[in-house]
Design a protein. Structure first.
Length: 184
């Protein structure tokens, strides 16, 4: 099957395969069963989601108890951004009354001069930051009081294995999928 894609980098949601469309857009061949709709994520996006499959919730109330999963799809320049809006999922007036949480995400290379959120930069000296990438999460509004838990992060489009991953200043275990260029 041929799929038309606007120019840029794309990722298959299920297989994690990277697709590079021509700069001005074009058709890309995709193998997909006839009973399956291909789902692609554009490079440069960050998607917050809840677990699916057997770990999925059947109601909004159950879903609020599950942790988030963050999928970071890097563009060809190594950047990605996205937002998360979260409220109780039931109230019609949560936004108007300010009972919601809004988080902005930015992933970029530490040596990119634009790699900062507001005036908070990576805190690295220029030479020390070379080759490192960072992911920021900035809470813009914290009006929904339920706890937000993060289960794991997948960063797609990582072209080489990392020597280490830290979360809030602490080293964490990670896995690098070389075939699909993903860090989990």
């Amino acid at each position: 099957m041929d799929v038309y894609l606007p120019g840029g980098r794309w990722y298959d949601w299920r297989t994690h395969e990277r697709l590079d469309a021509p700069a001005d857009g074009g058709f890309v061949g995709r193998a997909a069963p006839e009973d399956e709709i291909p789902v692609l994520a554009r490079g440069g996006s960050v998607v917050a989601k809840k677990p699916g499959g057997r770990g999925a919730a059947n109601t909004t109330a159950q879903s609020r108890l599950l942790p988030f999963v963050l999928r970071v799809y890097l563009s060809d320049s190594g950047r990605a951004d996205g937002e998360l809006y979260w409220d109780d999922g039931v109230s019609a007036d949560a936004y108007r009354e300010g009972r919601f949480t809004h988080v902005e995400f930015l992933a970029c290379r530490a040596d990119d001069e634009d790699c900062k959120v507001d005036d908070f930069s990576t805190g690295e000296e220029e030479e020390e930051g070379k080759g490192r990438s960072v992911l920021f999460g900035t809470v813009r509004k914290a009006g929904f009081k339920d706890e937000m838990a993060l289960s794991h992060v997948g960063i797609f489009g990582v072209e080489r294995n990392s020597t280490g991953v830290t979360f809030n200043g602490k080293k964490v275990d990670f896995y690098y999928d070389k075939k699909h260029q993903v860090i989990f």
